[in-house]
Design a protein around this ligand. Structure first.
Ligand SMILES: Cc1cc2nc3c(=O)[nH]c(=O)nc-3n(C[C@H](O)[C@H](O)[C@H](O)COP(=O)(O)OP(=O)(O)OC[C@H]3O[C@@H](n4cnc5c(N)ncnc54)[C@H](O)[C@@H]3O)c2cc1C
Length: 376
C-alpha cells in the first residue's frame, strides 16, 4: 500500500530543501525525495559559497525578491543559530558598453538603491589586487555578501525535519503521474501518493520537466581556488570585494579569500550547453585551470598557485530567467527550475513562493518573469 502525504518535494537541493522547510512549518505533511546523500556535490548547490546581491543586473524585477531573500536568510540564521551569510560589497565591472554594468545601473535607478560608481583607475587604486583598464566602469554595492551554500541547504533540511517533514535520501524518483487531482510518485524503493507535488530537480528537470515546453540545457561550470601568494592581505574581504567582471571573451567572477584555499574565481556562462547532466565530467582538468588563469591574469594581480577545483552545473533557460510556476497541464504540481547561474541566493524566497503556490495556487511575490508559458 502506498504512503500518503500532503506534499511531495522531488529533489532536495537548494530549492527543494527550502520548499520542504516552508511547507513543513506551515503544518503540511511533507515528503522530500533526494536521489543522492543529502547535501551532496553532484548537483548545483555546492562549492562553499554563493554570491547574494541586490542591484540586480539580470533585471529590476529581481530586486524585491533579493531583498526578501536577505530577510529570509537572516530569519533562518535566527531560527538555527548558525552563521549562513557574510556581508561583503560586490563590484560589478566591465567596459563602458557592458550590458551587465548597465543592468546593475537600471536596478539601482528603478529601486533607488545605494551604489557607488568607480572608474577602472579608481577600482585599481582602492582594491590593489585588481588591474582593470582605466576606461572600464564599475558599480559597487554594499547590500551584498556570500552564503555558505552547503550549510544553507543543511539548515533548511534540518529545520524541515524539526517541523515534521520526512526526508528520504538516496531514493531516486523514477516517475510521477496525476491521479485524480492528486499525484502518485514512484521511486526505486516504493510508491507514494500526495495531494500536491513540487518538482525542484535542478539539472534533472531537463528530463523530468521535458513536457513543459521550456528548453532547459546544462552547463558544466568549474569553480577554482587560487592561493593568495605573498600578499594575503590583498585578498581579504576588506580589500578584495566580491566581483563580477563582464570582460570580453570569458566573463568571470570571484570572491575574497576566506580560508586556506584562497580566492575563488570562476567563469560565468559560455561553457558548452549539454542536453542533460549525464555528459558532465566531474573532474577538474589542467585545461580548466590554464584557461582560467590565462583569462584572469590581465585583470588580477598577485594570485598564487591553484589550490582546489570543483565542478557544478548551471541549468539554463534561453533567457537565463528562472521557471517558477504551476505545471502548465497539472495545477497540483508546482515547478521551480532553470535557475541558471544566479539562483541560489533566492532559495529562501523560492521556498516561500513554492509553499504559496502549493497552498493557494498563487503568491504575493511577482513571479510573472518566471512563467513556464513565456515564449522563447
Ligand atoms: C559554479 C556555480 C556557481 C554559482 N554561483 C552562484 C552565485 O554566486 N549566486 C547564486 O545565487 N547562484 C549561483 N549559482 C546558481 C545556483 O547555485 C543554482 O541556481 C541553484 O543552486 C540551483 O538549485 P536547484 O535546487 O535548482 O538544484 P540542486 O541544488 O542541484 O537541487 C536539485 C536536486 O534534485 C535532486 N534530484 C534530481 N532528480 C531527482 C530524482 N529523479 N529523484 C530524486 N532527486 C532528484 C538532485 O539530486 C538535487 O539534489 C551557481 C551555480 C554554479 C553551478
Amino acid at each position: 500500500m502506498s504512503q500518503s502525504f500532503d506534499v511531495i518535494v522531488l529533489g532536495v537541493g537548494g530549492m527543494g530543501s527550502a520548499a520542504c522547510f516552508e511547507l513543513a512549518r506551515r503544518g503540511r505533511r511533507v515528503l522530500g525525495l533526494e536521489q543522492f546523500p543529502l547535501v551532496h556535490s553532484r548537483g548545483s548547490s555546492h562549492g562553499h559559497t554563493r554570491i547574494i546581491r541586490t542591484a540586480y543586473a539580470e533585471g529590476p524585477a529581481y530586486v524585491p525578491l533579493a531583498q526578501r531573500a536577505f530577510e529570509k536568510w537572516y530569519e533562518l540564521e535566527q531560527l538555527t543559530g548558525r552563521h549562513l551569510l557574510t556581508e561583503c560589497p560586490c563590484l560589478n565591472v566591465g567596459p563602458p558598453e557592458s550590458e551587465h554594468v548597465e543592468g546593475v545601473r537600471a536596478s539601482v535607478r528603478t529601486h533607488q538603491l545605494a551604489a557607488e560608481e568607480l572608474s577602472g583607475d579608481e577600482i585599481n587604486r582602492r582594491f590593489p589586487a585588481f588591474n582593470f583598464p582605466a576606461e572600464y566602469i564599475g558599480v559597487i554595492e554594499h547590500a551584498a555578501g556570500f552564503l555558505y551554500v552547503e550549510e544553507c541547504v543543511r539548515e533548511h533540511i534540518d529545520s524541515a525535519v524539526s517541523c515534521g517533514a520526512e526526508i528520504h535520501a538516496e531514493e531516486a524518483v523514477r516517475g510521477w503521474k496525476a491521479v485524480g487531482d492528486g499525484v502518485e510518485v514512484t521511486t526505486d524503493k516504493g510508491t507514494y501518493r500526495a495531494a500536491k507535488l513540487v518538482v525542484t530537480a535542478g539539472a534533472w528537470a531537463t528530463k523530468l520537466l521535458a513536457d513543459i515546453g521550456v528548453p532547459l540545457r546544462v552547463m558544466r561550470q568549474v569553480l577554482l581556488w587560487f592561493g593568495t601568494g605573498n600578499r594575503p592581505e590583498l585578498f581579504r574581504r576588506d580589500r578584495f570585494p566580491i566581483f563580477i567582471a563582464d570582460v570580453p571573451g570569458m566573463p568571470f567572477y570571484g570572491l575574497p579569500a576566506i580560508d586556506a584555499f584562497g580566492a575563488k574565481v570562476a567563469r560565468h556562462y559560455g561553457a558548452p550547453e549539454l542536453p542533460d547532466p549525464t555528459g558532465v565530467n566531474w573532474e577538474t582538468t589542467g585545461d580548466d585551470v590554464h584557461a582560467m588563469r590565462a583569462n584572469f591574469t590581465g585583470f588580477l594581480r598577485g594570485l598564487g598557485e591553484f589550490t582546489k577545483g570543483q565542478v557544478c552545473m548551471y541549468t539554463v533557460t534561453p533567457d537565463h530567467h528562472f521557471v517558477i510556476d504551476l505545471h502548465p497541464a497539472f495545477p497540483q504540481v508546482s515547478i521551480a527550475c532553470g535557475f541558471s547561474g544566479h539562483g541560489f541566493k533566492f532559495a529562501s524566497t523560492v521556498g516561500e513562493i513554492l509553499a504559496d503556490l502549493v497552498e493557494h495556487g498563487t503568491t504575493k511575490h511577482d513571479i510573472g518573469l518566471f512563467s513556464a508559458r513565456r515564449t522563447f
